[in-house]
Design a binder for this molecule. Structure first.
Ligand code: NAP
Length: 340
């Protein structure tokens, strides 16, 4: 299998557009074998990667793959946001279809479920339409579990596979390669992709298709009330006349310490509301959670409260701020300002 990988690497160097090369059948056969579970571990010489969505998260995650030596093609709606990766050596594709035609494994991390549907399943320009049998789609967007199942069914019908693999850990986790990754789908494929996931963080297998998204939504439910607790503690400390920076430092090593505090505490104090993690995306996530709760007949009042507070940020035109801007909603409720 090692010699197969070597041959494959050589072929892709000599015939980068193998669909139109004089050896399409041989290259296709080798690619299919390379991405099958029978092949050896995934590595830069046997697997070409594609990446759709080079925003806050995607650009950092993708950079780890390029730095590890993978041959990578990128696609993004706003081209300028992919330029840094092109400067690092990535190829630029004009459509997700074209990207997939040059890739064995296609990752996506876009904004909303409607974007996922468009970039993966559009019958003309979507990635699945360009992927060859044996190819793998890995959607890392926080999206709907039912859409993950739909993608998986569509991929199977083309003898491809799909994994839902949303992430947690914020822009810092993406930069540092320390994301928590929640994977749903065929466990053997998740294991096979592990060398790539390891470059971005730690993968956790959650079950069949859709379970990665369910795990991520449960993660968001946990964070929702944590964020409310964090900004309530801050505004209370401020009103009580405490030095808020000292207060946050003091609680950080106690039971109230949290990743949310680590990620956002000092940004709140500096009134740095740049995203990070967009309020608009959190409102999307909490909306999906509430819809799933409705389906399950589940009452989660902390989730509903957090969603209402975040919606109020959107109502004030603050949807493109980072989620730490929740402090603004609490300041307005209490006619108080922390000050800069
Ligand atoms: P982002 O900065 O908006 O990045 C999304 C990228 O995808 C953008 O560059 C966007 O293009 C591109 N895109 C969106 N729809 C597209 C489409 N239909 N066709 C082509 N490209 C498209 O958002 P992000 O912060 O990286 O978040 C991405 C996803 O990860 C979201 O689902 C979010 O909920 C989730 N997430 C984010 C964080 C975080 O801390 N940021 C953490 C965990 C999970 P444009 O440049 O043209 O807008």
């Amino acid at each position: 299998m090692r010699s197969l990988s070597y041959l494959l690497g050589s072929l892709s160097r000599y015939f980068p557009h193998s669909q139109s090369s004089s050896t399409p059948h041989l290259t296709f056969l080798l690619r299919s074998m390379a991405t099958s579970t029978a092949a050896g571990p995934i590595n830069p010489s046997n697997t070409r990667l594609g990446w759709i969505g080079t925003g806050v998260m995607g650009r950092s995650m993708c950079a780890h793959l390029i730095n590890a030596g993978y041959s990578l093609t990128v696609f993004n709606r706003t081209l300028s946001k992919a330029q840094h990766l092109v400067d690092m050596g990535a190829r630029l594709a004009q459509t997700p279809h074209d990207l997939a035609a040059q890739s064995d494994v296609v990752f996506s991390i876009v904004g909303y479920p409607s974007d996922v549907l468009q970039v993966l399943l559009d019958p003309v320009n979507g990635a699945l339409s360009g992927l060859r049998p044996g190819g793998i789609l890995v959607d890392m967007t926080t999206s709907e579990p039912s859409l993950a199942v739909e993608i998986s069914t569509a991929a199977s019908s083309k003898n491809c596979s799909s994994i839902d693999a949303p992430v947690s850990g914020g822009d810092r986790g993406a930069k540092n390669g320390t994301l928590a990754i929640f994977a749903g789908g065929d466990e053997a494929i998740v294991n096979r992709l592990n060398p790539i996931f390891t470059l971005m963080g730690k993968v956790n297998y959650m079950g069949p298709s859709g379970k990665g998204q369910f795990a991520k939504l449960a993660n968001q439910i946990t964070i929702a009330s944590t964020m409310v607790g964090l900004v309530e503690g801050i505004i209370y400390a401020h009103k009580a006349g405490l030095n808020v920076a000292s207060f946050l430092d003091a609680i950080s090593t106690g039971a109230a310490g949290s990743k949310s505090l680590d990620l956002y505490g000092s940004r709140i104090l500096k009134r740095d509301f740049d995203p990070g993690f967009f309020v608009n995306h959190f409102v999307k996530d909490l909306g999906i959670c509430l819809k799933e709760c409705q389906n399950m007949g589940l009452a989660l009042p902390g989730l509903a409260l957090a969603q209402q507070l975040y919606l109020s940020l959107k109502a004030h035109g603050e949807g493109n701020l980072g989620t730490q801007a929740l402090i603004l909603a609490l300041e307005r409720l209490n006619n108080a300002t922390l000050g800069s």
